[in-house]
Ligand binder design. Sequence first.
Ligand SMILES: Nc1ncnc2c1ncn2[C@@H]1O[C@H](COP(=O)(O)OP(=O)(O)OP(=O)(O)O)[C@@H](O)[C@H]1O
Ligand SMILES: [Mg+2]
Length: 230
Amino acid sequence: MGLSNPLLEIHGLRKEYMQPGGPVQALYLDFLEARAGDAIAVTGPSGSGKTTLLHLLAALVRPSQGSIRFDGRDLPAAAYSARWRALSVGYVFQEMNLLPDFSLLENLLIAAEISGVPRAFDRSLSLLCRLGIEDLRYRRPAKLSLGEQQRAAVARAVLHAPPLLLADEPTASLDAENAGIVMNLLLELAAESKSLLLVATHDEAVKKRFPRVVELTKNIEKTGQRGNLP
Ligand SMILES: Nc1ncnc2c1ncn2[C@@H]1O[C@H](COP(=O)(O)OP(=O)(O)OP(=O)(O)O)[C@@H](O)[C@H]1O
Ligand SMILES: [Mg+2]
């Protein structure tokens, strides 16, 4: 694929969730185009659809309308599989989602195995070192601070140098200093692997680190639905 081609193209993307009281509009994003190596902050008020957008991009949920083109093709039915995700996506979840019964190192090795990372042990250790948590590698997540867990979640997400790197409020539970450390690492590691990085954030300091910002809104030029709710 040529340098000038976008890695990601979104057109008229809409997600609704069916609820007992009727459909809930979770996201509307008219257009977005991004290339490998781009770094984009996704902002907007609570409930504007930041997490929903990341879920759609990771093919964890399907669009209600519109299209997501990735690497020149519509996110195909085949994308909605653990295998596509394992190869194409790194995801730092809002709640981290580290496996509770395994040490940090095991968390990385298991993820590496799933994604077929070569030299997984060396790669895992070197990432833990870079993130300053190598001494904690035999500890389970419950025995770590939130900041340490957040760094481990970043290490796990970047292990396989994914084309698409998604992070949902990766600094939400950190103080300013640790937020800075985690953001530096995410940006550096994304740049190294030429990943397209999208970070959902409320944090103004985080937002400032990004050359591009996508602002989601809650009010509906979308469909008028939300405006009609009590
Ligand atoms: N699985 C679901 N079922 C029903 N409604 C949902 C679901 N997931 C999200 N929503 C609704 O969709 C809207 C967008 O939610 P989303 O979690 O994407 O917002 P957000 O921008 O990430 O918010 P926050 O800043 O609080 O994390 C909200 O109104 C939410 O209640
Ligand atoms: Mg969210």
